[in-house]
Design a protein around this ligand. Structure first.
Ligand code: 13P
Length: 251
């Protein structure tokens, strides 16, 4: 059985005081729920503050990005060890905004995923097609290529620590969610690719859906066999709405 995992990607939102206020409102709303493992990925600048506010709770801390070296002359970058030092258990890599706005390529994302695992942090590896690619019938080519490239260096022995997030780019921040059936079709394909790559361990890898997830659609998405959780942007900024998603509750 894969434990559902619901993660908040705050992107470039929230100052430290706002992160603390979120935790104060959010924690009481989820403390009696074991519906899913809950993860919060604030900006780097709020990690320490939010980590302190989450102490003693079951909610996990995550980074939104990482640089795949332990230390060195890499101005402004953050290493896996620095994230681990602040208590991060997970870190997002290969988000479509990084791929599109910062031209990140699969081989760089693969280095990040491996560096995270080596530091004891579980990578959340994002994949997903653009609308033109979907309309051109290229979903499997694009998502399959991203998966093979981004997971190239992961040893099979560590595969079960991976989380994959399928985020169709056209559904991010647009209010247009993939239907549960559309999402399942791609999640099933991802599971098949993972099993070709990692064998039986693929059954343990959690695959999140991301793209306009909210309280109104989480329960239907979670009914699909290969949807094991969600990576949530906009609806994760408000404690009440994210608590509903994390409890896997219809509003
Ligand atoms: P939205 O939930 O705002 O569509 O963002 C999804 C996302 O990019 C999470 O990483």
């Amino acid at each position: 059985m894969r434990q559902p995992i619901i993660a908040a990607n705050w992107k470039m939102h929230k100052l430290t005081a706002e992160a603390t206020a979120f935790a104060e409102s959010f924690l009481p709303l989820v403390q009696d729920s074991n519906a899913a493992e809950i993860v919060l990925a604030p900006p780097f600048t709020a990690l320490a503050t939010l980590g302190a506010a989450l102490k003693g709770s079951a909610v996990q801390l995550a980074g939104q990005n990482v640089y795949p070296e332990e230390k060195g002359a890499f101005t402004a970058e953050i290493s896996p060890q620095m994230l681990a030092d602040l208590g991060c258990r997970y870190t997002i890599v290969g988000h479509s905004e990084r791929r599109t706005l910062f031209a990140e390529q699969d081989d760089f994302i693969a280095r990040k995923a491996l560096a995270l695992l080596d530091a004891g942090i579980r990578p959340i590896v994002c994949v997903g097609e653009h609308l033109e690619e979907r309309e051109a019938g290229r979903i499997e080519e694009v998502v399959g290529g991203q998966l093979r490239g981004s997971l190239a260096s992961i040893p099979t022995g560590k595969a079960s620590e991976l989380v994959v997030a399928y985020e169709p780019v056209w559904a991010i921040g647009t209010g247009k969610t993939a239907t549960p059936e559309m999402a399942q079709e791609v999640h099933g394909f991802i599971r098949k690719e993972l099993s070709e790559r990692f064998g039986a361990s693929a059954e343990e890898i959690r695959i999140q859906y991301g793209g306009s997830v909210k309280p109104e659609n989480i329960a239907d998405l979670m009914e699909q066999p290969d949807i094991d959780g969600a990576l949530v942007g906009g609806a994760s900024l408000d404690p009440t709405s994210f608590a509903r998603v994390a409890r896997l509750q219809r509003s």
